[in-house]
Design a protein around this ligand. Structure first.
Ligand SMILES: C[S@@+](CC[C@H](N)C(=O)[O-])C[C@H]1O[C@@H](n2cnc3c(N)ncnc32)[C@H](O)[C@@H]1O
Length: 234
């Protein structure tokens, strides 16, 4: 949210109620323990559409954006640049190993308007609304998607927007589809876009405008939801 006096990062962090994340046991934590240092050099080629997703957020200077599952922070430089010094980028992630990489990126790029919080996307509370939410290749790793969706919407201000990019349905990929799904499962990913594409998901129906766009012959899907109808109480 834009305001004449910018909130400090410590006061911003206080708006988060973290769950007892220390007690969260998730195979994701173990997976990223070894995969986090390799993530940036191996994933750039297999996760397309992130730039499009950031652009689709239509961020303005001074706004606050929440990235759910921020990982090593590949999107942080462009998000920080777009909201500018008067805005904030909040990145949350379950994996301390991924957050450690993101912290390095923040230092390397001198991103003074980004904060990172370790939190479980399936159970966090935010007592301050944000203007936009980004989920970039993260929702497909979260089993309780309805819960994540509800919390993402609850974090948004009325009129806020949400953009997700993730693996697509791989329609028309023939026998390769089964192979890809198997490979994705090995990497803790399950496809989510079938529900989102039909617009039946409870999340998408809460926005006045939703657009889905297949990318690279349905390898990925970009979902843009604008103008949240019902503000959820913070
Ligand atoms: C494939 S990475 C994507 C990272 C980044 N958004 C990107 O585009 O490169 C998925 C991220 O989601 C995080 N994640 C998975 N489940 C999560 C959960 N329940 N809560 C928060 N983060 C989670 C993982 O730790 C990982 O960093």
């Amino acid at each position: 949210m834009t305001s004449s006096t910018k909130e400090s990062s410590s006061s911003l962090a206080k708006h988060f109620t973290d769950l007892p994340s220390a007690s969260v046991t998730s195979p994701i934590l173990e997976y990223y323990r070894w995969a986090a240092p390799l993530y940036d050099v191996t994933r750039w080629a297999v996760l397309p559409g992130r730039r499009l997703a950031v652009d689709a957020l239509e961020l303005k200077p001074g706004e606050t954006v929440l990235e759910i599952g921020t990982g090593t922070g590949s999107n942080l430089p462009s998000l920080c640049r777009t909201v500018g010094p008067s805005g904030w980028v909040i990145g949350i992630d379950l994996s301390p190993d991924m957050l450690a990489q993101a912290r390095r990126r923040i230092r390397r790029n001198r991103l003074g308007n980004a904060i990172l919080i370790r939190a479980n996307a399936e159970a966090f509370a935010l007592t301050r609304h944000v203007d936009a939410v980004l989920m970039s290749d993260s929702l497909s790793m979260m089993p309780n998607r309805d819960q994540v969706a509800a919390l993402a919407a609850a974090a948004l201000r009325p009129g806020g927007r949400l953009v997700a990019v993730d693996f697509g349905p791989f329609s028309g990929w023939g026998p390769l589809r089964a192979l890809v799904r198997w490979w994705l499962r090995l990497n803790h990913v399950t496809l989510w876009t079938d529900a989102a594409r039909t617009g039946e998901s409870a999340l998408w129906s809460r926005f006045r405008q939703t657009v889905t766009r297949p990318l690279l012959r349905s390898y990925a899907t970009l979902l843009v939801a604008r103008d949240l109808k019902q503000p959820a109480p913070p």
